[in-house]
Design a protein around this ligand. Structure first.
Ligand SMILES: NC(=O)c1ccc[n+]([C@@H]2O[C@H](COP(=O)([O-])OP(=O)(O)OC[C@H]3O[C@@H](n4cnc5c(N)ncnc54)[C@H](O)[C@@H]3O)[C@@H](O)[C@H]2O)c1
Length: 261
């Protein structure tokens, strides 16, 4: 599988699942635009490391995806830097858990803005470039919570179910344009986004971090494994390949069996 000469923008790729996706795409030959909320010097240092490791062109662009103009502007900045855009991975996301009846409005709005509105704006900005080329791949990192629900995750479930819906509409509207649009729905994956939930479970059980992780995973995920982010990266790379040209409008679980129950 080769992604040589493809330019890929991966949002939220300075850490976690986004960084793993960037690494796997670079390993398959794609040039990468890294993005995240980290300091520019840190992002540029990571870009140099990826370039050295995989020999592909990697740059870093900052943008706060909670600000509509910055979200749309990120695509234009990526095209200005690399001359084209072939692959968009909408990965950046945030989480906040609380019961529905006490869920803070500001947290709700932030989750909708970053997890759902930003992918809409980035897709809107990317489509003209992909249509002009007659080739494009959009991969939205949704969640098992785009398919099923869990308590205390009203804003996140609403946004991720919305992202799965956005994926399907975008797939239908691009079906004859050489563009595919798919969502990946990860289960528990080892990244910093989980730390508040791990700390809360440890406090609830009066245990350490490892026991808290085992408890969280045992509750939902049949493979009993906190998954390495590279497992999501491998699925993203396949969806971006020519081999996956016929796959569009899907929401693919990488969830250790969570949604099979
Ligand atoms: N880790 C899991 O178990 C899991 C499971 C299912 C889905 N996901 C999804 O995977 C995606 C990546 O999450 P992760 O687990 O790697 O978390 P993470 O916290 O490690 O990474 C989140 C990324 O989003 C970026 N980001 C956050 N707010 C931003 C903003 N306002 N503007 C721009 N960038 C912003 C951060 O810079 C970071 O790069 C998210 O969409 C998340 O919902 C994660």
């Amino acid at each position: 599988m080769s992604l040589n000469n493809r330019i890929a923008l991966v949002t939220g790729s300075n850490q976690g699942i986004g960084l793993a996706i960037a690494e796997v795409l670079a390993r398959h030959g794609a040039d990468i635009v890294l993005h995240g909320l980290c300091a520019v010097e840190e992002g540029e240092r990571q870009a140099r490391e990826l370039t050295e490791a995989w020999g592909t062109g990697v740059s870093f662009l900052p943008a706060d995806l909670g600000v509509p103009d910055e979200a749309a502007g990120l695509v234009e900045a990526a095209v200005a830097r690399h001359g084209r855009l072939d692959i968009l991975v909408n990965n950046a996301g945030i989480q906040y858990t609380a019961p529905l009846d006490e869920y803070p409005l500001a947290r709700w709005d932030a989750i909708q803005a970053i997890n759902l509105r930003a992918p809409f704006l980035l897709t809107q900005a990317a489509l003209p470039h992909m249509r002009r080329q007659g080739w494009g791949r959009i991969v939205n990192i949704a969640s098992v919570h785009g398919l099923v629900a869990s308590v205390n995750k009203s804003a996140y479930c609403a946004a991720k179910h919305g992202l799965v819906g956005l994926t399907k509409v975008a797939a239908l509207e691009t079906a004859t344009d050489g563009i595919t649009v798919n969502a990946i729905c990860p289960g528990w994956t080892e990244t910093p986004i989980l730390e508040p939930q791990i700390a809360a479970r440890a406090a609830q059980l009066g245990t350490g971090r490892d026991a808290a992780i085992r408890s969280l995973v045992a509750e939902k995920q049949p493979n009993q494994t906190l998954m390495p982010p590279a497992w999501i990266g491998e699925m993203a790379a396949f969806l971006c390949s020519d081999a996956a040209a016929g796959i569009t409008g899907t929401a693919l679980p990488v969830d250790g069996g969570w949604t099979a129950q």
